[in-house]
Each structure stands twice: as structure tokens, then as C-alpha cells.
Design a protein around this ligand. Sequence first.
Ligand code: ADP
Ligand code: MG
Length: 601
Amino acid sequence: MARRTIDIGIDLGTTNSEIACIENGEVKVFKNYLRSEFTPSVVRIDEKGTVIVGRKAYERLVDDEDNTVSEFKRWIGTQQLKVFKASGQKLKAEDLSAEVLKDLKVTAKNYLPDDEINAAVITVPCNFEIVQCEATQRAAKLAGIKYAPLLQEPIAASIAYGFLEKMPKGFWVVYDLGGGTFDVAIMSAKEGRLAVVDHCGDNYLGGKDFDWTIVEGIIYPILKKEYDLPSLGRTKEYGALNAVLKSAAEEAKIELSQRDSVNLTIHALDTIKDKSGRVIDISIPLKRSQYEPLIEDYVDKSIKLFRKTLEEQKLAASDISQLILVGGPTQTPYIRKRLKDEFGINTDYRIDPMTVVAEGAAVFAASQLMPEEFVSKDYSKVSIKLAYNPMTTDINTPVGGNLSPASSGGNLPQKMRMQIKSTSGDWESGMIEVKNNAFYCSVSLREKKINSFKLTLLDEFGNSIPTDPDTFSITQGISVAEPPLTRSIGVELVDGSFDKHLHKGDPLPARGKPKTYRTSVEVLPGQAEGALNIHVYEGESPIANRNRHLGTLKIKGDMVKRAIAENTEVDIVIAVDQSRSVKAEAFIQRLDQNFTNVIEN
Ligand code: ADP
Ligand code: MG
């Protein structure tokens, strides 16, 4: 089936990543080869150069950090490199993210063998700036995902609730505690348009900290007493043992979300012994009542940030209609209880907090049209060019189509009728006359649903004629306010000052007004060396190079038709699209020539 909408959503997480898809109006989270819906965002490259992603890489994180890396989302968009010692490979965070995306594609391929998976919605945190968004899109491209609209994580989670449960009202909060990061976002919807009102977070707070408090607060003291392990700690010397302990602690922590007490079993392999040669093999009982005080400070910290965000918006807890919980650690009963006691807000975790972001991304993806060039066409069938809005807040919406004959099959029949039926079975169009090889009708939508329709083309005898496409879908009730620009964007002038074109807070997509400058250098045609460099920066400082350099629009000698003398007028326009990709355009009237560059740094 040729997809008309993107339909695939990816949560590219710091700790774990998930991929989900819309099929017949339903969300499905794909399971990887381990039958797990989440894949650790961990990459390992062994001495042979083999790339390993996911669980198997995660298991080597503590004892072989020379060749294994996690949490690279923290430094995506920087030039930092992870050096894999055994193989000598050096990768940037975007390359590592691309490996995770490729792995998710393999997972998805098992469910969608006929899909190319060259487009997907990818979620990003609210605090991602342009460079991080662009790096995420480069990662997507490296993984063969050529079209990747980005969506903010709390918006994705809210969309999932809106569709799978009920759209929250007024203001609501998304509390997202992940493996290593915490984010809290205040959300609102005006006439169905979702927006992040404010957000705040701690980049070093998450489930991983809980594991280590169990290791250090419970396991170390017991091991030190029972075994000969002098100066046991988080040192390289004890790397292999720590790997076993961290994993046992995490397992126990997760089990404690289900039951009151667990046994922390440590069966270190025979190779891990204490100084006297004894194999470490011990079982430690652990109760919730012992565990909860260990994480109290972390939970307090998250609650403080939550309160601060509310205060900054002059909101009281009673103004918040709903609290949506996102992230693995929010399954901890203690955290749920603390939030309830502190805020008394109706807490919501009906949708799996580990997959809710990917699910929402998929729902959003179902409302995004696939770029025309990606839609593979079946030329053996009658082709229909459909015109409709894939995302609407209306209950009835027009759908039109133009028919053209199959390239193999000659002319279209004289008389044809079209029938449109919703796959849910609760609406059908009746017979629509096809006139001049075109049809038009108004379809009825179910509220807050992805409405899928089947098209049936009939000849005058009632025989059905195969068409491409023969389905389409329309998402009712959702619209997403574009996230505003987080920093101003402008260009550097000759004196080093910063001239803003777009301002912090401008809604996206944004296109600045053209500004006219005069060139300070001469550019001669055909000369590769000489170039007019227009440096684009992001930030608030009046001095350009105190801001972040986004990239350069270069007008080189081999690009110009005629010479550009010094002091020639040049008009510059800067635009940022919804996915925060920045474009600089220059127009030189004297040459009647346009220069455009998608800014890449
Ligand atoms: P991220 O958003 O950073 O990718 P996740 O939402 O996937 O992170 O959360 C990962 C964290 O959730 C890990 O620390 C993991 O141990 C923890 N976790 C997973 N399931 C549970 C559970 N049932 N109870 C408590 N913690 C859990
Ligand atoms: Mg997450």
C-alpha cells in the first residue's frame, strides 16, 4: 500500500527509543526482536567494527565503556566525538543516533515489509535548539529517513492522550522523568491547538540515579561486609562487578514498582571474584520501605522544579486539570503518591509511560501528508489524484479526486461511479457520479479519531476497477501550535555587530523581512577563492561572535554571473521552518541572481 500520510512516529530517547505506526486508524508500537517495545539508545562497536545497538550494547555499558556509548542525545549538535577504542572508529552524536534509527527501522520492517520507511515524525525535547534539531534531522537522513518533521515530546504525549483517551482541558502538565533527564511542561489548547506554555527541567535527574543509589546505599555495604572487596566503589577496577550490580539494582527497582519486596540476586559470573578468590553470589532482600527514602531527594528535586514552573506562570495546582506521567520511572508507586500528595492533581498514566511519546508521534504522523515524491505509484491501476486536508477540526470535510487511466490499460470507461466508505463502518457516501474523470464529496468524520476511508471505483455494470490509492485517512480534532523560536537569528555585519532578522518568541515557521546591506568585498566570476560570506548566528548578544554560529551563506566566484563590486546592494532574508531548519537567501539585484542556502554548520 502506498502511504499518503507519514504514519510513523519515533521517540528518539536519551535512554530508550520506540517506534510506532498508525494502521487502519489504530496505533501500534512495534516490538523489536527481543519482543520489547523499547530499544536502549546505546551503541557499541566491537574490535571488528561491528555496530551493535540496543539491549546487547546496554549490557556492556558499565564494564566496557571504551567501546560502548549511551546518552549521546545529551551532546547531539556538537562536534564531540566518541572514540571506540577497539575499532578506532570515531562518531558524532548524530551518527550514533542514526544507528539507533536504523535499528528501529529494522524493527519496523518486520511489520511493514513493503514500506521503505523514508519518512517519520521524530520527537525532540522542548529545550532543543536549532543546532540540536538540525543534527537530529541529519541523523534521520543518515538512517535513510529523508523527511522527518520534528515534534516536541510533551506535545506528542498530549496528542496520545487526546486520541487514545480524552483531550485534557485548560492547562495540564506533562511530567516526564526518563532514564537520565527530567522535564516538566505546562500545556494548553486553544480551539484544539496544542502548545507548550512553559517548561523546565534537570538534565541530570532520572532512573539511572535510582539504580546507583541502590548499588551504593544497599549493595555496597553488604558486599563489603561479606566479601573481601577493599575500597569497593564506582571505579574502573570494579567495572565488571559494577555492571552486574547496576543491572541487578535496575531489575530490582523495576520489580519494586510491582511488588512490595524483592530479592536482589547477584550472580556474578565465575570470573568475578573478590580479592580472596571467592565468587560473588548473594541474594539481598529489598523492601519498598528501604528503597523509597533512597530516592526521596531526587523526587523532591523534581517537585521543586514543577512548583517553580507553576509559579512562573502564576498558576496554582488547582488550575491544572490533569497530570500526564511520561517516562519509565513514573511507574514507581512512590513517585505517583508523592505527586498526588503534593499537588492533588488528577494523575494520568493509562497509556504506557514508556511508549506514550512514540504513540503520540505516530498519531501526529497520520495527519502529515507524505511528500509527493515519496509516494510509490502503481501504474497498473487507475490513478487517483486526491485533494483533501489530512488534519482538520471540522466534522465534515471535502474530498476530491481526479482520475487518470492506468499507464498499461488504455482509456477510462465512459461511465464511472465512486463509493467512499469509512473503515470503521459507520459512514458511507453512497454512489458518487464521476464527471469529467473527477469526483467530489464531503466525508463525515468521527471526532478525535484517525478516520480511514476506502475508495471503490465502479464501472457502469457495477464491476470494481482497481485504483491507486484505494485508501486515505483524515485525522479529526488535532492541530499543533508551532513552537516559537527559542533564540533570535540574524547576520554578522562588517563591524562584528549582530543584526537580528528573526526574534526570540517568533512563531514558526518564520520568515524575516528582507534587509538590504552593502557588500564589503569584491567577488569575481569564475574564481573559486573569492567569496562573500554571510555568517548567520543565533542568540541575543549584540556582538555576533558571542552568539552561536549557525552557518554561512557563501556566494562564491564560481556561482556569480558577473562581478560583484564592493559596495553592491544585497538583500538578505532568513527563514526558519517548522522543523527549525534555517534557510538564508540573498538576492543581488545588479546581477538579478538569487542565492539560497540551507544553513548547516
Ligand atoms: P528516556 O526518556 O530517557 O529514554 P525512559 O522513559 O525509557 O527514558 O526511562 C528509562 C528509565 O525507566 C530507566 O532508568 C529504567 O530503569 C526505568 N524504568 C523502566 N521501567 C520501570 C518501572 N516499571 N519502574 C521504575 N522504573 C522503570
Ligand atoms: Mg523519554
